[in-house]
Design a protein around this ligand. Structure first.
Ligand code: AMP
Length: 177
């Protein structure tokens, strides 16, 4: 196990039965309390994006904002917020997707993406992949290009990678459980 993965493994906290019974929640708040580790995370993402053409980072509410913005600042590129429906103040475009029970919608501000951009989807955790795939569809609906996907954590048993394979883009994960 490399050093960063080892540090993440030691620091990410498992919280059983949150937000409901049967879910093992991966709590990254202890990671945020360690500035050296946070810097290593930002550096690791930036290094892994070097070989790709990335023009903007699209972070998914809310934990996708935590490292998405520092990565974008470090790379000197725009940070785009993807939020749950009804949270963004100006005119938005939205994408609705299916959940296990019912549906959800995510939004971004209209006109915020340049069609020439390669946009990197970023979130804290890849579970079933539904949210990240919806973000990719939202980006594509604005005629921008998808650069890839990036996550701090992958829960491999939920097979989110299968959903993202359809996009034939790189999927960066710093640690898999
Ligand atoms: P999914 O669309 O199933 O890939 O779910 C990904 C989203 O749900 C991410 O924004 C995660 O923050 C959150 N999420 C799902 N499962 C967990 C978990 N076990 N621990 C922490 N966050 C989770």
């Amino acid at each position: 196990m490399n050093t960063l993965r080892h540090r993440l493994d030691q620091t990410i906290r498992d919280v059983p039965d949150f937000p409901k019974a049967g879910i093992l929640f991966k709590d990254i708040t202890p990671v945020l309390e360690d500035p050296v580790l946070c810097k290593q995370i930002v550096n690791a993402f930036c290094a892994s994006f070097e070989a790709m053409k990335v023009d903007a980072i699209a972070g998914i509410e809310s934990r996708g904002f935590l490292f998405g913005l520092p990565i974008a600042i470090e790379m000197g590129i725009p940070f785009i917020t993807i939020r749950k429906k009804g949270k963004l103040p100006a005119e938005t475009v939205s994408y609705e997707y299916d959940l296990e029970y019912g549906s959800a919608a995510i939004e971004m501000h209209k006109g915020v993406l340049d069609p020439n951009w390669n946009v990197m989807v970023h979130d804290d955790l890849l579970a079933t992949g539904g949210t990240a795939a919806a973000a990719a569809e939202l980006i594509k609906s604005q005629n921008a290009q998808l650069a890839g996907f990036s996550f701090l954590i992958e829960l491999s048993f939920l097979e989110g990678m299968k959903k993202l394979e359809n996009y034939s883009k790189d999927v960066v994960r710093l640690i898999s459980f």
